[in-house]
Write a protein that binds this ligand. Structure first.
Ligand SMILES: [Mg+2]
Length: 235
């Protein structure tokens, strides 16, 4: 049996032992992979510059999914895009990446929908807590439903979004965790940002906390030694 399965099963057993226990899931690069969202924006930008700069358009179209970096600026730099164009790309990306229609482009981290559903089957609650803001609620709900995640109806599953776009994610999660902690026992959490998973460890030291080894912002922060590392949610 893989250690990933053992760890993921152990959290479900914990949930079953504590009716109503909460498991918190981050969304971007935890339940969802944002790669296809990046690729769509790159393709759209390539189409815009095609007539003026066919060579750069070709480079952009040729970027492979696995070569995408966390930030579009790093992706551009890795592929030798000249500075002015990289800046235009960054602005183009920023105007789209956080918009509802683009959220539907995301694919899932394997096993996520089944795992979030299993939390409910075992008598627990799944909380989606994300740095996405309220303006992204519509696309986020649609994306969750189309991929078979439990519907965030405020009963079995709840979607917690940032009230304001410009609040830093860390400050928002720090505050939101206080409220979630008052709603029940937090049995565990899933995150791709080491700084965020450490926040969960600090706030809920008895919980089981997981770091998804997908990609993150690159801040040089080591996850707490108690944090479990997994690739995805397959058991
Ligand atoms: Mg994330």
């Amino acid at each position: 049996m893989s250690s990933q399965k053992i760890l993921l099963d152990a959290l479900l057993d914990e949930v079953a032992a504590r009716p109503g226990a909460i498991v918190v899931f981050d969304l971007d690069d935890t339940l969802f992979s944002t790669g296809d969202r990046h690729l769509r924006i790159l393709a759209e930008f390539a189409a815009v510059i095609e007539t003026s700069d066919a060579r750069s358009a070709g480079i952009l179209r040729g970027i492979a999914r696995e070569k995408l970096r966390y930030s579009i600026a790093d992706t551009a730099k890795d592929h030798g895009l000249e500075e002015k164009l990289a800046k235009d790309l960054r602005d183009f990306w920023f105007a789209r990446f956080f918009k509802n229609p683009y959220l539907l482009e995301d694919s899932i981290i394997p096993g996520g929908p089944e795992y979030a559903s299993e939390v409910l089957v075992r008598g627990g609650r799944s909380f989606y807590m994300t740095g996405r803001d309220e303006g992204m609620r519509e696309g986020t709900e649609a994306s969750l439903l189309r991929h078979g995640f439990p519907e965030p109806d405020g009963k079995g599953a709840t979607l917690v979004l940032k009230p304001r776009f410009d609040t830093p994610d860390f400050a928002f999660k720090n505050e939101a965790l206080r409220a979630v902690g008052e709603m029940g026992t937090v049995a565990g959490s899933f995150e791709n940002e080491p700084a965020h998973v450490n926040l969960f460890v600090e706030r809920f030291p008895k919980g089981r906390h997981f770091l998804l080894e997908t990609k993150h912002s690159g801040r040089p922060i080591a996850p707490h030694p108690s944090v479990h590392r997994i690739k995805d949610f397959r058991r």
